[in-house]
Ligand binder design. Sequence first.
Ligand SMILES: Nc1ncnc2c1ncn2[C@@H]1O[C@H](COP(=O)(O)OP(=O)(O)OP(=O)(O)O)[C@@H](O)[C@H]1O
Ligand SMILES: [Mg+2]
Length: 163
Amino acid sequence: MSKKTVLTFRSNNSRATMNLGRSFAAYMRAATIVCLFGDLGSGKTTFVKGLAKGLKIPANKVHSPSFTLMNVYQGKLPVYHLDLYRLEDPQQVMGLGYEEFVFGEGVALVEWPERFGPFMPTDYIKIEFKHVARDRRRIFVSIVGKSYQDFFNHIQEDKVELK
Ligand SMILES: Nc1ncnc2c1ncn2[C@@H]1O[C@H](COP(=O)(O)OP(=O)(O)OP(=O)(O)O)[C@@H](O)[C@H]1O
Ligand SMILES: [Mg+2]
């Protein structure tokens, strides 16, 4: 099997994006960091809802923490849902318990990770959402750093796909 460096998924509705998130839940481990890139309304929170659901967190508990910057949900693993859109000073991110999620038991799902600035993690799962048309999105998955190679091999070997 040829090894890819980027996996591309095509989503035709929000349910498909949620289902992809849900499929990814099985691969989450303690201290996993997932950075979600993409414009406003491209589907980042929708994906988080699906992933949370896969960790037994009801989707209606999941809301973008736009003003508080971070929500914590308790599921099979603790989920730290960050939305850094309104982060003014990257230094602020250090007050959120950033170390707790990096070194702790939880999974960090980060919207607007660009705002990390100098605190951008060195290793993370990278998911990019591209708005193609009203209900169509292209979702690109890759890894940055070496820590998530096993994750990336597994989603390829298991042929995770949109349903
Ligand atoms: N294929 C699709 N995948 C994801 N969302 C879709 C899709 N088609 C339509 N949508 C709609 O697009 C919107 C995506 O909103 P969502 O909150 O997930 O975006 P976001 O990337 O988190 O934006 P923000 O940067 O504002 O937090 C929702 O209203 C959703 O129903
Ligand atoms: Mg969002």
